[in-house]
Design a protein around this ligand. Structure first.
Ligand code: GAR
Length: 211
């Protein structure tokens, strides 16, 4: 397993996207990589139980213990250095990473966002807020995006996107669930595998998927 990519998953909440990665790994759908650590910014995140159940080493680095975000990023860098990580996956990680972290892991951080970027993204758009904004705008279609992370919130190169229908009867919660089921849980493991297989090439800020 030594030449396989080491994947650390950063979480803050329920961890259904982490579960999608765990399931994909069990089904051998993540080629050339394995989940080597789960790091939570919240000590009571349910995602930690999912990691434990799957036998993946878990770490807590509580955001509330660091008043300044730069200090948090530095602690995260130290932890990931110790673990040894090739790819950082943000799976419902509710913190913005600063320029030092982004440059240290340039083109090696992948995030899943619950809208079709560039709609409903950027600072302040996370979790249910994204779906509330989509519903109040009256869009008929939304979706999910998996992208590389740079210093611009939700501004990095797009890897995969999938559209999801919005229904008249939707609440933010029902829309969130449909976007997860129909798009996020499918796209994130797929993008992670493509990365580990060395099939993602970035040119002029655009991702090309190699055959
Ligand atoms: C997911 O919908 C994810 O796309 C979103 O939070 C949810 C986390 O769910 N992330 C963001 O909004 C980041 N900007 P999970 O903990 O069950 O994977």
């Amino acid at each position: 397993m030594s030449d396989q990519m080491r994947i650390a998953v950063l979480v803050s909440g329920g961890g259904t996207n982490l579960q999608a990665l765990i399931d994909a790994q069990a089904e051998r759908k993540i080629k050339n990589g394995f989940l080597c650590a789960v790091v939570s910014s919240k000590e009571d995140a349910f995602a930690l139980s999912r990691a434990r159940k799957a036998g993946i080493p878990e770490f807590i680095l509580a955001r509330k213990d660091y008043p300044i975000s730069r200090q948090y990023d530095e602690a995260l860098i130290r932890l990931l250095d110790k673990i040894g990580v090739d790819l950082v996956v943000l799976a419902g990680f509710m913190n913005v990473l600063g320029p030092d972290f982004c440059s240290k892991y340039k083109n090696r951080i992948i995030n899943v966002h619950p809208s079709l970027i560039p709609s409903f993204c950027g600072d302040g758009f996370y979790g249910l807020r994204v779906h509330k904004a989509a519903l109040s705008c009256g869009v008929k279609v939304t979706g999910a995006t998996v992208h590389f992370v740079n210093e611009v919130t939700d501004g990095g190169a797009i890897i995969l996107q999938k559209a999801v229908e919005v229904k008249d009867s939707d609440t933010p919660e029902s829309l969130q669930m449909r976007v997860m089921k129909e798009a996020e849980w499918e796209l994130l493991p797929k993008a992670v595998s493509l990365f580990c297989e060395g099939r993602l090439q970035i040119e002029d800020g655009h991702v090309r998927i190699l055959e």
